[in-house]
Design a protein around this ligand. Structure first.
Ligand SMILES: [Zn+2]
Ligand SMILES: [Zn+2]
Length: 294
């Protein structure tokens, strides 16, 4: 998170004061392509950025026969916790499915022995001479007539039937800007202002879910926060909270970290010789005030 001695909110407040004195009238007139613009009024608003970091997990399962060693190994191993790895491929036992001792089906014909993995159960190997011109057929040294110690049960004829889940986990980050409904049309203008959660100044961090538990205790509506340091959130807190809840329960999504930030901005109206002009002013991550005509 950016730690700066200059506060984004302070810069925004200074720019707000400058607006009110008419100091930006000329800039607005130029950017709007009109002869003259005169400051009329302004409103303070704030949206909420919900930044979620986690991973998407896709998995598939199948019944397998496992040797007791492999079963014990899988039973003791789990995928890495989401806090340690956002990307991972692993297999694990699906403990919701039954586990049954069975007789190995791989070595039914000759108990304890199955098709030799080296020669595929043929019993002989084709041996190519070093020059590659001639070849000969040799007895496979790993087996007897194509039978070798069963690769599934290890020769014990006992296996464990269980469901194994194969999992592939890939990183997924989502950033969502929730604006008060009254200014929802500004989403396109404001969405790109902060490109990554790491660039958002710490002073803008907002405790939405803490607000929820505090207000619930007092019997108030969850997400009832309507203001961030004088900037109106409108209904953004309630809707951002709803979004955060949906992220927490999204299927196949493992959440590592969810943070919420306020994004304060100004809307200002100017009169011109033609139609009135509306601008949006915000401070970007380089702490530069920017204004955009709507
Ligand atoms: Zn063999
Ligand atoms: Zn076997």
């Amino acid at each position: 998170m950016t730690q700066s001695s200059t506060s984004l909110l302070e810069i925004l407040e200074r720019s707000r004061a400058a607006l009110a004195t008419g100091a930006l009238d000329e800039d607005v007139a130029q950017s709007a392509g009109v002869g003259a613009a005169r400051y009329v009024a302004q409103e303070r608003w704030a949206g909420i950025i919900v930044a979620a970091q986690g991973a998407n997990e896709q998995g598939w399962s199948r019944r397998e026969e496992l040797s007791s060693e492999l079963y014990e190994k899988l039973a003791a191993s789990h995928g890495p916790p989401i806090s340690e790895a956002l990307a991972a491929s692993f297999r694990e036992l699906d403990t919701s499915q039954p586990v049954q001792p069975t007789t190995c089906t791989n070595c039914r014909i000759r108990p304890g022995f199955g098709p030799c993995p080296r020669c595929s159960g043929v019993g002989v190997l084709l041996v190519q001479s070093p020059t590659g011109n001639t070849s000969s057929v040799d007895d496979c040294p790993e087996c007897e007539d194509g039978f070798a110690t069963c690769t599934v049960c290890g020769g014990s004829t006992r296996t464990i039937s269980a469901t194994v889940r194969y999992v592939n986990r890939t990183p997924l980050a989502a950033q969502h800007l929730v604006l008060p409904n009254a200014v929802a049309d500004l989403a396109g203008t404001l969405r790109g202002a902060f490109s990554a959660p790491g660039e958002i100044p710490a002073e803008l961090a907002i405790e939405l879910e803490a607000d929820e538990s505090a207000t619930a205790y007092r019997g108030a509506q969850p997400g009832a926060m309507t203001d961030f340091r004088g900037y109106s959130l409108g209904d953004a807190a309630r809707r951002a909270l709803g979004f955060a809840r949906r992220v927490r329960v999204a299927p196949n999504f493992l959440l590592r970290d969810l943070r919420t930030f306020a994004m304060p901005f100004i809307t200002a109206a100017f009169s011109t010789s033609g139609s009135p002009v509306r601008i949006v002013m915000f401070v970007d991550t380089t702490l530069t005030p920017r204004f955009v005509r709507q």
